[in-house]
Write a protein that binds this ligand. Structure first.
Ligand code: HEM
Length: 270
C-alpha cells in the first residue's frame, strides 16, 4: 500500500476510534497492554464471564472437554423444547398418554421436538456425570472451589430429579411402573418412610393423578428454577475462584524475569 493511502487509512481509523459513538461503546484502547487487555475482558458482556487472566493450559479443550458448557447447552435445549411440549401436554391421567401420541403423530415437528427433549435429557445426565468426574480428577473440588463443588452437587441431583419427574409424564407403562418402584423405595427411608412416600406420590395408595400433577409442577417449574439459580451461582463462582483450576498464570514479574533471562542468553551467544 502506498504511503498516501496508508496515511488516509490511519486518519480514517483515528477519526472513527475517536468519535463519540465509538467511545460510547468501546472504553478501552487496542488490547496490546496488560491494562487494555483487562479492560477488554471486563467491558464485554460475554468475555467478562471469564476472569481477566486464565491459565493457558486450562483453556485447552482437552482439559475440560467442554463438559460443563455442554451440560449448560443441553439445559437450554431442554428448556426450549420443553416449552414447545407444554403447548400440547395436559397433565391429566385420562389424556396424558393420548397427548403424547398426538404430539408425535399429528403436531408439526412434534416427533422431532419430543425426541430432542428425550435425547437431550439422557445426554445431560451423561455430560453432568462426566463433568463431575473430570472436576474430581483435576482436584478442582479443593479450596478455593469447595463451595462450587457443593453447588455442583445440588446441580447433579437437580438433573437426576428432572429426569426422574419427566419419566412419569408420558403416562406409559414403563414410566408408570418405574415411578411406582422409585416411590416404593422412598418408603424404606428410616423413620420417615411413610412421609417420604406420600410427599412423593401425594397419595397413600400409590402413583395416581396427584402424583402426575406433582411431578409435572416440579418438572416444569420447581426444578428448572432451582437449576437456573444454582447455575447462575455456579458460573459466577467459577469466575470468582479465578477460572478453571490449573497452574496459575505467570505474574508480570515472572514474565519480565523470563524475558530478561532470554535476553541474557541471546546476548551471551552473540
Ligand atoms: C447442570 C449441571 C452443571 C453445569 C451446567 C455446569 C457448568 C460448568 C461450567 C460451564 C464450568 C466451566 C467449564 C468446565 O469445567 O467444563 C464448570 C466448572 C466447574 N464445575 Fe460445573 N456444571 C454442572 C454440574 C457440576 C457438578 C455436578 C459438579 C460437581 C459436583 C460441578 C463442579 C464444578 C467445579 C468445581 C468447577 C470448576 C472446575 C475447575 O476449576 O477446573 N459442576 N461447571
Amino acid at each position: 500500500m502506498g504511503t498516501t493511502n496508508r496515511g488516509l487509512l490511519d486518519k480514517a481509523t483515528a477519526k472513527m476510534t475517536e468519535s463519540q459513538a465509538w467511545r460510547s461503546i468501546f472504553r478501552h484502547g487496542y488490547p496490546d497492554t496488560p491494562l487494555n487487555q483487562s479492560l477488554v475482558m471486563m467491558g464485554n458482556v460475554f468475555l467478562h464471564l471469564h476472569p481477566v487472566k486464565v491459565s493457558r493450559k486450562a483453556m485447552k479443550i482437552t482439559y475440560t472437554w467442554c463438559l460443563g458448557g455442554l451440560s449448560f447447552f443441553l439445559f437450554l435445549v431442554l428448556t426450549i423444547t420443553g416449552v414447545f411440549l407444554m403447548f400440547y401436554f395436559v397433565p391429566e391421567q385420562r389424556v396424558a398418554y393420548a397427548n403424547i401420541q398426538q404430539i408425535t403423530s399429528a403436531v408439526a415437528f412434534g416427533n422431532l421436538v419430543r425426541n430432542m427433549h428425550r435425547w437431550a435429557a439422557h445426554l445431560m445426565v451423561v455430560t453432568v456425570t462426566l463433568h463431575m468426574i473430570r472436576v474430581f480428577y483435576h482436584g478442582a473440588y479443593k479450596p478455593p472451589r469447595e463451595f462450587n463443588w457443593v453447588v455442583g452437587v445440588v446441580l447433579f441431583f437437580t438433573t437426576l430429579l428432572l429426569s426422574f419427574t419427566g419419566y412419569l409424564l408420558p403416562w406409559d407403562q414403563i414410566g408408570y411402573w418405574a415411578i411406582t418402584v422409585g416411590s416404593q423405595m422412598a418408603s424404606y427411608t428410616p423413620l420417615l418412610g411413610t412421609q417420604a412416600h406420600s410427599i412423593l406420590t401425594g397419595s397413600p395408595v400409590g402413583v395416581g393423578q396427584s402424583t402426575l400433577i406433582r411431578f409435572y409442577t416440579l418438572h416444569v417449574i420447581g426444578l428448572p428454577l432451582v437449576g437456573a439459580i444454582f447455575m447462575a451461582v455456579h458460573f459466577w463462582r467459577i469466575r470468582k475462584d479465578g477460572g478453571e483450576a490449573g497452574p496459575p498464570p505467570p505474574s508480570r514479574r515472572e514474565l519480565e524475569q523470563a524475558r530478561a533471562r532470554q535476553e541474557t542468553s541471546v546476548a551471551s551467544l552473540n
